[in-house]
Design a protein around this ligand. Structure first.
Ligand code: AMP
Ligand code: MG
Length: 416
């Protein structure tokens, strides 16, 4: 088991320090499984794949037209060819052709052996079984050579990689029906707090609905994880202890929200000190100051803050990259863009802020952003309106209208 040992200083830990502590501590899961191609979207490819065939397997036409031999071309002179057959996609021409003969051919159809060029149907004049090619016709055009996508034995996809739709297409083109991926990460998550009530129940005085678990279920939704909602655990030390020690046997990762700061009802800390090796950090980040990270037995543990927007921010910044790495993928970082800020933003120095913003693209590559609303860490409505984080570094003391800022979009598509 990895030793986790970090200096426990009073200083706030920077986002980078926390990320590198987490990144250095975790190891990706080693178990693999063989799955069928249609189940592979979003999974972590575990073995580099090589092509068992040439793709395309045979030379074929890139356009509808006529297949001919470039040896028949006479420079700067129109050429008359006799059409002696047809090559269809899936039904190749099986005959032979002599000098000054050609074959009607359609996109994707195998190029007949005698031919090395295709002229598009728009470029020729057809009269009965004859066509005339213009004097400036070019040899070797409109052909896709065998292996021009991938050659036999060439690398198809290098592991590790999170497989996307075009990877599935490529593997199918190579005839690969099964592949080896990392097994799914088993992730369990729960909320803590006496004030929380589940959906479908009537909140008693002082109670609120548990929103974190529903948001976390959404954030965690990924083909490389299997997720289990462990419900709400009351602020009761022995209950927490039971939950943690039994869940730690079943999951690779446990995520809790709430109870991670130093309030009197915040039992996560005491409990974890008892049953695991867990560090409690005060991070130089807003929202999301408290974060717990460590191990309970063989299970990784993330203790996120209670405030819903702090959950969103700490999940995206710390848990998401850690889960990708645990799932066997190479380190990656969020997409960052520069945008002109339409409004002034308030910011005190000392912590990196992830404000919730609305990003617009006014022209390709030209962005403006404005705050989505007030920036308190309980304000989920503003997070729901937002489509990006506005990232303001530790030493930033505020933003004037018109200043350029860094943003992290939630998605690669923007409204409008
Ligand atoms: P805590 O970290 O437990 O002190 O919680 C900080 C704040 O977040 C408190 O206002 C809690 O009521 C709130 N909170 C904690 N957990 C949840 C949850 N699952 N859903 C909504 N709010 C929560
Ligand atoms: Mg609490």
């Amino acid at each position: 088991m990895t030793e986790i040992c970090y200096p426990q200083t009073a200083k706030l830990l920077s986002v980078e320090e926390a990320l590198s502590n987490i990144g250095n501590a975790i190891e990706s899961i080693s178990e693999h499984e063989r799955i069928k191609l249609p189940q592979a979207l979003g999974r972590a490819l575990a073995e580099t794949l090589y092509s068992p065939i040439d793709i395309p397997p045979q030379a074929n036409a890139a356009m509808d037209g006529y297949a001919f031999s470039s040896a028949d071309l006479v420079e700067n002179q129109p050429l008359n060819l006799e059409v002696v057959g047809t090559s269809w996609a899936g039904k190749p021409f099986t005959g032979t052709a002599e000098k000054n003969q050609c074959v009607r051919i359609f996109t994707g159809a195998v190029l007949p052996e005698f031919a090395d060029s295709v002229i598009t149907q728009e470029q020729v004049i057809r009269h009965g079984a004859q066509i005339t090619l213009p004097g400036d016709s070019q040899p070797f055009k409109n052909i896709r050579a065998a292996g021009s996508d991938v050659m036999l034995q060439q690398q198809l996809i290098q592991a590790p990689k999170k497989l996307h739709a075009s990877d599935l297409g490529l593997l199918a083109a190579a005839g690969i029906a099964e592949l080896v991926v990392k097994r799914q990460l088993k992730v369990g998550f729960f909320s803590t707090g006496d004030e929380l009530t589940a959906l479908g129940q009537v909140p008693q005085p002082g109670q609120i609905y548990d929103s974190n678990r529903y948001m976390l279920a959404g954030l965690l939704s990924d083909p490389s994880h299997s997720i289990t909602d462990l419900g709400v655990i009351k602020d009761d030390q022995s209950l927490l202890e039971q939950t943690l020690s039994s869940a730690a046997q079943q999951f690779d990762v446990l995520i809790s929200t709430g109870g991670a700061s130093v309030g009197e009802a915040d039992f996560i800390r005491q409990t974890l000190e008892k049953c695991g090796q867990v560090n409690f950090w005060k991070l130089a980040i807003k929202p999301g100051k408290p974060l717990a990270f460590g191990r309970i037995g063989r299970c990784w543990f993330f203790g996120l803050p209670g405030n819903p927007v702090a959950v969103l921010v700490t999940y995206e910044q710390f848990v998401k990259p850690a889960l990708l790495q645990l799932a066997g993928l190479s380190p990656s970082r969020p997409l960052q863009l520069r945008a002109r800020c339409d409004n002034p933003l308030r910011k005190s120095p000392g912590r990196r802020e992830y404000q919730r913003g609305i990003l617009s693209q006014i022209a390709p590559g030209e962005f403006t952003v404005k705050p989505a609303g007030q920036q308190d860490s309980h304000q989920l409505k503003v997070a729901s309106l937002a489509n990006c984080f506005i990232v303001l570094d530790n030493d930033c003391t505020g933003v004037a209208a018109g200043d350029m800022v860094t943003v992290e979009p939630f998605d690669t598509r923007l409204a409008g």
